[in-house]
Design a protein around this ligand. Structure first.
Ligand code: PBG
Ligand code: ZN
Length: 322
């Protein structure tokens, strides 16, 4: 036999020598759900290990995480007043704007604060834009989203991350931020976001499920890979700094194709349903949580993800899994 691939698997030193994929702490972004009130740390039933935090307890949680390198945070606001027009989303004292100000005041540039920009937790109908004639209107929704992004930038957000999937929102947000002097606030676009049932646990957590219909007139059809390139390249043109693919685990092909067709950093979002499946099976002892989590994280990196947004971040870094 001329070729014996097993030679390179003989012991752990040689396996490390020839490993093709490496994870780094710098790749991980941790999502947080922040709500009004004081001293709240309320477990989210559908996402074991994840909580709703008020700003005070959030700060304490971040202090612990920071020591292990959890310093890139993605904030979601929960429990704001819901209305037809979603106007609480851009209030300068919205829960997210308040949280950003407090985090920046406490931690400065020791934390990198990213905010999710979408109105589904702020509209009474739960859609990611303005609904008229039972249709989610594109252009009026884009103006609303741009105002929301601006309010986060004014509060001090380092990066805004629009997750609504309206057409043209990245360009509109970029223009408004630039006009108002926030040319250094970055945009990570949820460029490629499929209409997915893996978001189920998140919608409980954020109380953002649509009250009628579904999100298929704006989020993408999971049968369409070509369309992902179209969406990705459009957002690149509109000025996105980072492109994200969401969900991640069931969409590794999409991550890979995007990575080879864009020069931007590529992020993937290991979403709530993907998290809860692994976490719950781990808690039940049905699979080895640590091993499965790390297998999944390597899969994202192997597909080409430069950044991984995952609810597992805290476990990975605090338990020193890397
Ligand atoms: C809001 C938003 C969603 C997620 C991130 N931002 C839910 C949705 O589109 O319904 C999903 C995150 C997750 O499932 O972890 N538009
Ligand atoms: Zn939304």
């Amino acid at each position: 036999m001329q070729t014996r691939p097993r030679r390179l698997r003989k012991n752990s030193i040689i396996r490390e020598m020839v490993a093709e994929t490496h994870l780094s702490k710098d790749m991980f972004i941790y999502p947080y759900f922040v709500t009004k009130g004081k001293n709240i740390m309320h477990p989210i039933a559908s996402m074991p290990g994840i909580n709703h935090f008020s700003i005070d307890t959030l700060i304490r949680d971040i202090e612990t995480g920071l020591k292990a390198g959890v310093n890139k945070l993605l904030l979601f606001g929960v429990g704001e007043k819901k209305s037809k027009d979603g106007s609480s989303s851009y209030n300068k004292n919205s829960i997210v704007a308040d949280a950003v100000r407090q985090l920046k005041k406490n931690f400065g540039d020791d934390v990198y604060v990213i905010t999710d920009v979408c109105v589904c937790a702020y509209t009474d109908h739960g859609h990611c834009g303005i609904v008229e004639n039972e249709y989610v209107q594109n252009d009026s929704s884009v103006s609303l989203l741009a105002k929301m992004a601006l309010s986060h930038a004014q509060a001090g957000a380092d990066m805004v991350a629009p997750s609504d999937m309206m057409d043209g929102r990245v360009g509109a947000i970029r223009n408004l931020l630039d006009d108002k002097g926030f040319e250094n606030t970055a945009i990570m676009s949820y460029a490629i976001k499929y209409a997915s049932s893996y978001y189920g646990p998140f919608r409980d957590a954020a109380d953002s499920a649509p009250q009628h219909g579904d999100r298929k007139s704006y989020q993408m059809d999971f049968r369409n890979p070509n369309e992902s390139l179209k969406e990705g390249l459009l957002d690149e043109d509109e000025g996105a700094d980072i492109l994200m693919v969401k969900p991640a685990l069931a969409y590794l092909d999409i991550i890979k194709t995007l990575k080879s067709n864009s020069l931007l950093p590529i992020a993937c979002y290991n979403v709530s349903g993907e998290y809860s499946m692994v976490k719950l099976a781990g808690q039940k002892g049905w699979l080895n949580e640590r091993n499965v989590v790390m297998e999944n994280m390597h899969a994202f990196a192997r597909a080409g993800a430069n950044l991984i947004i995952t609810y597992h971040t805290r476990d990975i870094l605090l338990n020193k899994w890397i």
